[in-house]
Design a protein around this ligand. Structure first.
Ligand code: SUD
Ligand code: ADP
Length: 325
């Protein structure tokens, strides 16, 4: 009997831990269509996975059930931050979905190492869900293909399939219909993280309200600007800086007006351009190269901002260790 598969050795339960890391993302472009009857908006987005990772360690337990904790290596200040540890947690939901499709699931404890800002517009919870899908697939020997995992990911949230895939991708539908895109070189960014979060549904609703007031037509079907894909293909940050777009940005700024200043400070300190990431409030500033990004991050930290240099594209969710305890 192979304990790595069964979790049982001569009648004794052997715990096993599968550790997976999954990246956060920046939306290099995000076009938002009208509200659909299901409460979602159709979008056309270019996703970029960046080098700020969540980690989930999934450990099999002898008793049944799913438990969740936040690991001590988390780099975020989580004081006063609302992360539910029960069935509302996206990692819990991912494990529950995997349990339903697995033949011999055990109980599981999920320890999440948080590095991606919570409710920051960078898909941190989605990364936890993607990592958990992959970890439980390995832990329970479920043998699902990447395609099957992507299908389950889409049930968990619009951003979850991208964290599984990683790299650079065009997302259509609600953001879950992904086509990988080419990127010749890494792009360097500085993330300016806020000490507050924004609710994704509230930002979408605010955009609807602003648009209703204006009475403007919303373009459909949505398309990604070919210049964005060209700039990524060429690895040309100058060209990319001219075409960054986020339709949600003005709604985020309506809810958190200080974001406009954050982008302005980034640009006046040397960023090629700045954009709110997804629904915000994280601001992503594009830099020329790694040195420029490190320098900009340091300057912004001196000005009192929580700034971090990252790069992308990076790979999607990956197993980093698999051990019997
Ligand atoms: C805005 C984006 C851009 O990538 O990211 P974040 O800023 O959240 O990271 C995504 O569209 C968010 O994806 P995700 O956070 O997975 O959303 P979900 O949990 O599926 O949906 C939460 C809620 O956001 C709204 N929503 C989400 C996606 C979408 N295409 N249209 C929407 O209107 C809906 O009100 C939905 O009920
Ligand atoms: N594993 C998780 N990590 C963070 N937040 C989670 C998680 N599971 C559920 N949530 C809830 O989802 C909300 C949005 O989470 P997050 O993915 O960090 O933001 P965003 O959608 O802006 O990228 C949080 O405010 C939190 O209440």
């Amino acid at each position: 009997m192979n304990p790595a598969i069964s979790g049982v050795n001569r009648g004794r339960f052997v715990a096993r831990t599968v550790r997976v890391r999954a990246p956060g993302k920046v939306n290099v472009s995000l076009n938002v269509g009208p509200l659909r009857p299901d409460g979602y908006h159709s979008v056309a987005s270019v996703y970029l996975a960046v080098s700020l990772y969540e980690e989930v360690a999934a450990t099999s337990t002898e008793g049944p059930g799913i438990t969740v904790s936040i690991g001590p290596s988390s780099t975020l200040d989580l004081d006063g931050v609302d992360i539910p540890l029960d069935e509302r947690n996206l990692a819990y939901k991912a494990a529950a979905i995997m349990r339903d499709v697995s033949e011999n699931p055990t109980g599981v404890h999920l320890e999440i190492t948080k590095r991606v800002p919570v409710a920051g517009g960078m898909g941190g919870g989605s990364a936890d869900a993607a990592a958990t899908l992959l970890a439980c697939d390995a832990l329970w020997n479920s043998g699902l293909s990447r395609e099957e995992l992507a299908h389950l990911a889409a049930e968990l949230g619009a951003d979850v399939p991208f964290s599984l895939l990683g790299g650079t991708a065009v997302g259509l539908g609600v953001g879950d219909e992904l086509s990988p895109a080419l990127a010749k070189a890494q792009m360097d960014w500085v993330l300016v993280c806020a000490d507050y979060g924004l609710s994704t549904p509230e930002v979408f609703h605010t955009l609807d309200r602003l648009r209703n007031t204006e009475g403007l037509d919303i373009p459909e079907p949505l398309e990604v600007d070919a210049k964005i894909l060209q700039a990524l293909r060429d690895g040309n940050p100058d060209a990319l800086s001219k075409v960054l777009i986020n339709d949600l940005q003005r709604a985020s700024i309506k809810l958190a007006p200080q974001l406009r200043d954050t982008i302005g400070i980034g640009e006046s300190n040397g960023a090629l351009a700045g954009i709110v990431s997804g629904s915000g409030p994280t601001v992503a500033l594009l830099a020329h190269n790694p040195r420029a990004a490190e320098g900009l991050a340091e300057d912004l930290r001196h000005l009192g901002h929580n700034a971090l240099a990252v790069h992308g594209p990076v790979p999607g969710a990956r197993i980093i260790s698999d051990t019997l305890l």
